[in-house]
Design a protein around this ligand. Structure first.
Ligand SMILES: Cc1cc2nc3c(=O)[nH]c(=O)nc-3n(C[C@H](O)[C@H](O)[C@H](O)COP(=O)(O)OP(=O)(O)OC[C@H]3O[C@@H](n4cnc5c(N)ncnc54)[C@H](O)[C@@H]3O)c2cc1C
Length: 304
């Protein structure tokens, strides 16, 4: 759809804040990514329902993002509508029966800290995952032996036609860094986590130790996207990359981190093409050295 037609469809539509030709490099932790035709930041569920319905009726493609902490947006950007659910969509509540109910844009770290402060155990693993609750449900994000699937009770989603559905844990077909939403994208609007009674101080101590470890093993001072590749069965992608002597390898402004070989860091105005070239190089060398195919964990989207 031409930009002129998009303007006609979106003129006066009550769906939240609308930005045109918005560089997505402003919305990803890698600080990389071409423009979205339209970036919408809705403030309420009704905005999302109207957005979904409007896109559906007019054949306009849409893509949801959270904090962009697992996204490589190609340099040509994303056509159609990008819907951002982050601080604009971040209410949270704690119930007497040990549930944390969070809107999809809530930071996962903050949802986990709310649980800990309330003496609820189960979400501590999320304190080092810098995405949103919605992104975590979609990705089945996990760390330190815990995964979203272990604590998620249900997620409310907006369907393509704008209706709301509740999906229970088993409906999401979780697997390692996978949910059914990867194959059938829909918009997560809210998630309910069922937690256990725990001890706040003990949880805080555990979380402090994990944080210290991450600070010494991950290149957190430079723009990055966490682990670039999924771990193959029985081994670690970072180990294979390090064993292949690829730490520090640089293409354009993108570099395989010296600190953690499964991280690619943006050292100097990297483009998506730089990162993609590094990804391809790593895949070729690991295939040659170990006969293994490394599969990206980061979601690669948009036009080249
Ligand atoms: C320093 C660092 C450390 C990290 N450590 C970990 C880790 O330990 N474990 C781990 O699992 N991940 C880790 N990650 C990756 C990332 O934080 C997670 O994958 C996170 O869940 C992505 O959330 P997001 O909101 O940033 O999603 P985005 O990157 O914005 O999007 C990721 C995917 O989720 C979809 N999505 C986002 N929001 C919604 C929604 N509301 N409804 C439907 N789909 C949605 C997007 O369409 C996209 O396909 C790390 C990243 C960084 C930068």
């Amino acid at each position: 759809m031409k930009s002129k037609d998009l303007q006609a469809v979106f003129h006066g539509l009550d769906v939240g804040e609308i930005k045109w030709d918005e560089p997505l490099s402003k919305h990803t932790t890698w600080k990389i990514g071409g423009p979205a035709d339209i970036l919408v930041t809705p403030r309420k569920v009704e905005h999302l329902q109207l957005l979904a319905k409007t896109c559906n009726q007019n054949g306009i493609p849409w893509y949801v993002i959270g904090r962009g902490s697992n996204l490589l947006v190609r340099d040509g950007g994303i056509r159609g509508v990008v819907i951002k659910l982050a601080d604009n969509f971040s209410e949270i509540s704690v119930t007497d029966d040990r549930q944390v109910i969070a809107q999809a844009g809530r930071s996962y770290v903050s949802a986990a800290n709310t649980a800990i402060r309330n003496g609820l155990e189960g979400l501590e693993f999320a304190t080092g995952i810098p995405g949103t609750v919605g992104g975590a449900v979609m990705m089945n994000a996990g760390a330190h032996g815990g995964e979203t699937k272990d604590v998620l009770l249900r997620a409310d989603i907006v369907e393509k036609d704008g209706t709301i559905q509740t999906l229970h844990n088993q409906d999401l077909q979780f697997a390692y860094r996978y949910s059914i939403l990867k194959d059938h994208p829909r918009i997560v609007v809210r998630a309910t986590f069922q937690l256990r009674q725990g001890n706040t101080e003990e949880m805080q101590e555990k979380v402090r130790a994990w944080k210290k470890r991450r600070q010494t093993t991950q290149p957190l001072q430079l723009p990055n996207c966490g682990s670039v590749f999924r771990n193959p069965e029985g081994t670690h992608a970072g180990y294979l990359i390090e064993q292949s002597g690829l730490k520090g390898k640089t293409i354009g402004g993108a570099q395989i981190s010296d600190l953690h070989a499964n991280f690619i860091v943006n050292v100097n105005k990297a483009t998506a093409s730089d990162v993609l070239a590094l990804i391809e190089l790593v895949q070729t060398i690991i295939q040659k050295n170990f006969g293994m195919t490394l599969i990206p964990e980061v979601r690669i989207v948009g036009e080249g």
